[in-house]
Design a protein. Structure first.
Length: 595
């Protein structure tokens, strides 16, 4: 017996009184239309509202235009540190309250910091929206007075532990550090990692924290997005109540692009105590985000590495058998960009041989290029990936906030899709020749401890700071006494009164269409009209429980083989046929079925 489950979806179009008419981020060819209201409070906070009533949930996202690139040399790590601190407490939200309240509501929350920005977000049932806005506003405007010496020193320990877990004790954990130091000069804002220097963080004072907060955590340096099932009239009143009286700060001037220049290729290596396999990273300087060349470079990366016909796959994986896979991708950020090739080789493989094969693959690409069908396949896959990023209300909130803050308008979201569509074969070959082929780059070898012979010949040892993070706070603090000294910021209403929940949300179950074919196949379908995507799942009863005990693993082997061509299509032809649809197909076997 077999059961097929199919779900289809396609999206339709769905400030106060002085706000302009509703704009919308539109993709004309697909009909995708993210209708939104955008308005600006008197204090400069830009607010974007996107209604999506498909589920009784709502996402709140606040993006501050400050990341590690805004830090001063000698005071690195502050942007990431603030992400940690803002989850602790504020004047009217007690310590630990943010975590407990969101968890009790069944919601999800998190934050993230990168070179150019910091984002905080929550997804909760719709009846908890006012409560979330109350908490977010409190840490935006009523946070800094709660940063005591005890809070500062205790959070330093948390960040130190994160450094140990994510960088020092991780295989290949120092990759970004090695590459950044080799590529960017000391004065460049991308020279240091987002987590910063622990020596800098340890030296931080309350005055340093106050300065950073006063400079960058202003209403006029942020975008607030609310996406989901809500009443616009009600939400605008809440936004005005909780955020409207927060004072703005001095304008943060935009930073100019600072693309690094390499006069010659640099070779560096790091002997990694935790790595088991040699890894080669190649990095070329390119262009910052939103430039036309960045879209062509994005496509170039996939053409070089994605698929069985890609030159990196053909040479490194199939012909030379140096590695199980290879990656190539462009990474364009606000101030600069890089094009990257990364190969984690098989055990014992010499990275000189890997590097030679990469160069041979690039030469092959320069000579033979690619077909129009290859270009279409990559474009379709990238567009599907873009839509997949909008399947949740949080995904929509994040994308609207990101493009508003870094591109000036949520409309740039759809403009990015259009620019990717317009990339031609000539554009791809032009950026390949301009930025990659025979151009100076960083060659970084990461080899297991005791296997320096695998590093690319002529490489210089990278200077890694294995920072001592074992020291604990030596001073003791009276946290209760410090808490009593916290001064309250005046407000037009009592912000210590936590809002209650709204009317309990109700879930409208989707209508399920079903039928049974003459051959016994059962078919179920649910229709959604949010995104131009279709998802199909076919489940066959079978799996591990039906295997011969002496031949365990046959079901899993079958699913792998079914992706390696058919009676009428070679593996390449099957991959092309799937790719031309912009689709991805995965097969998995469990104990009872194959899906």
């Amino acid at each position: 017996m077999a059961v097929a489950l199919a779900a289809t979806s396609a999206c339709e179009t769905s400030r106060p009184p002085q706000a302009v008419a509703e704009p919308a981020a539109v993709a004309p060819e697909t009909g995708l239309n993210l209708a939104y209201d955008k308005y600006t409070l008197d204090n400069g906070l830009e607010v974007i509202l996107h209604q999506d009533a498909s589920d009784p949930i709502v996402a709140v996202s606040i993006l501050y235009h400050v990341g590690s690139s805004r830090e001063k040399p000698g005071r690195t790590g502050f942007a990431h540190f603030f992400e940690h601190m803002l989850f602790q407490s504020s004047e009217n939200v007690p310590k630990g309250h943010f975590f407990s309240r969101i968890n009790d509501l069944g919601g999800t929350f998190n934050g993230g910091t990168w070179t150019d920005g910091t984002i905080y977000y929550e997804t909760v049932p719709k009846d908890a929206l006012e409560k979330v806005l109350w908490m977010e506003a409190d840490r935006m405007g009523f946070f800094i007075n709660t940063v005591t010496r005890a809070a500062l020193e205790n959070e330093k320990l948390v960040v130190k532990n994160e450094k140990r877990q994510r960088y020092d004790n991780q295989p290949y954990g120092h990759t970004s550090y090695v590459i950044n130091k080799a590529l960017y000069p000391e004065s460049h804002p991308y020279n240091w990692l987002t987590i910063g220097s622990l020596a800098d963080l340890q030296a931080a004072t309350l005055d340093d924290v106050q300065e950073f907060y006063d400079t960058y955590y202003g209403t006029n340096n942020a975008t607030l997005v609310i996406a989901g099932d809500f009443s616009k009239q009600e939400v605008k009143a809440w936004v005005d109540k909780y955020f409207g009286e927060i004072k703005d700060k001095e304008k943060v001037e935009p930073m100019p692009a600072q693309q690094p220049q390499l006069s010659s290729t640099k070779k560096v290596y790091h002997e990694d105590a935790y790595a088991k396999l040699p890894e080669l990273s190649l990095v070329w300087p390119t262009v910052q985000m939103l430039q036309d060349d960045a879209y062509a470079l994005d496509i170039l990366g996939d053409l070089l590495a994605d698929g069985k016909r890609a030159p990196l796959y053909r040479l490194l994986v199939e012909r030379e058998k140096l590695a199980p896979s290879a990656r190539a991708y462009n990474s364009s950020q606000e101030l600069a960009g890089t094009f990257n090739i990364k190969v984690r080789a098989f055990d014992g493989k010499d990275l000189d041989q890997v590097y030679a094969s990469v160069q041979a693959a690039l030469d092959s690409f320069a000579t033979t290029g690619f077909t129009e069908e290859d270009l279409t396949r990559i474009k379709n896959k990238q567009e599907t990936s873009f839509y997949n990023g909008l399947t949740s209300v949080f995904g929509k909130a994040y994308q609207l906030a990101y493009y508003n803050e870094f591109a000036g308008s949520p409309d740039k979201l759809m403009e990015a899709v259009e620019k990717s569509r317009q990339v031609s074969r000539a554009d791809v070959m032009r950026v390949f020749e301009k930025y990659v082929r025979n151009k100076p780059h960083i060659i970084a070898s990461f080899v297991p401890k005791g296997q320096l012979n695998l590093a690319v010949e002529g490489s210089q040892q990278a200077a890694i700071e294995e920072e001592d993070i074992s020291s604990a706070v030596t001073e003791t603090f009276d946290e209760e006494a410090e808490a009593k000294e916290i001064q309250r910021t005046p407000s037009s209403f009592d912000r210590s009164q936590e809002p209650g929940l709204g009317q309990a949300p109700t879930l409208s179950a989707p209508q399920i269409w079903d039928t049974q074919l003459e051959n016994g196949l059962k078919v179920y379908s649910i229709r959604y009209e949010e995104l131009p995507l279709v998802q199909i799942s076919l489940r066959m009863m079978g799996g591990g429980y039906l295997e011969d005990p002496n031949k365990v693993g046959v079901a899993n082997l079958l699913t792998d083989l079914m992706m390696e061509g058919t009676a009428t299509k070679t593996p390449e032809e099957l991959e092309d046929a799937i790719g031309q649809l912009g689709a991805s197909i995965s097969m998995v076997a469990d104990k009872e079925s194959i899906t």
